[in-house]
Design a protein around this ligand. Structure first.
Ligand code: GS8
Length: 226
């Protein structure tokens, strides 16, 4: 729990998988904070001042000091509020840490971008993105192996980096025309487990149909649907 007199503010947007990472990490550590929903089409001065480089959410403002980039924020949270209730988010060995960071980086650089293409492109580009997306899922499933969580027995950094995307799966499945459970049964079971066993996750992830509706609006705005 944040110490008395500490001020923790989160600039976020409800459907953002990057923002969800931070919300899950804060919930894991039991930190009280002020949530400030941002209008990304009309950015607040606070957001522009807090993240002048990327001008993106999420931004965590801790005692007036902004921290940007979701993975960096999650690591910060793990380091600052390391006292108590829950185990650290990273494994204690350096190799395990490096591995968790590597795969989280893969989620950001490869998986996220392929996923976006499923609902923003058509034709050949879409077909290529679809194959690549399923390949990414299978690689992640390989990294999970037979473990309950990516880091072992409990929710850790890579789980937190990846599970927010689950709330986008109705959109991914619909526009990517595939079935997650059939393609990657172990990963599907992992997603269900993350939600079932962790209130930090179940309380953070929005309902899939709500995200799906949001994606439908995005497609209309991009001129992909009428
Ligand atoms: C990505 C944040 C991001 O894309 C992170 O924090 O991990 N690498 C960053 N934020 C989006 C909303 S989620 O799709 C955002 O703020 N977009 C506003 C914009 O691009 O103008």
């Amino acid at each position: 729990m944040a110490e008395q007199g500490e001020e923790v503010i989160l600039l976020d947007f409800w459907a953002s998988m990057f923002g969800m990472r931070v919300r899950i990490a804060l919930a894991e550590k039991g930190i009280r904070y002020e949530y400030r929903e941002q209008d990304l089409r009309n950015k607040s001065q606070l957001l522009l001042d807090s993240n002048p480089v990327h001008k993106k959410i999420p931004v965590l403002i801790h005692n007036g000091k902004p921290i940007c980039e979701s993975s960096i924020i999650v690591e910060y949270i793990d380091e600052v509020w390391n006292n108590n209730i829950k185990a650290p988010l990273f494994p204690s060995d350096c190799y395990g840490k490096a591995r968790a960071r590597f795969w989280a980086d893969f989620v950001d650089k490869k998986f996220y971008l392929c996923g976006r293409k499923l609902y923003t492109t058509k034709g050949e580009e879409h077909e290529a993105a679809r194959s690549e997306f399923i390949e990414c899922l299978k690689l992640l499933e390989g990294e999970l192996g037979d473990k309950p969580y990516f880091g072992g027995e409990s929710l850790g950094f890579l789980d937190i980096s990846f599970i927010p995307f689950y709330s986008w799966f109705q959109a991914y499945e619909t526009y990517g025309n595939f079935n997650f459970e059939q393609e990657c049964p172990k990963l599907f079971t992992w997603a269900k487990r993350c939600i079932r066993e962790n209130e930090s996750v179940s309380k953070t992830l929005p309902e899939m149909p709500k995200v799906f509706e949001f994606v439908q609006h995005l497609r209309k705005r991009f001129g992909l649907d009428d």
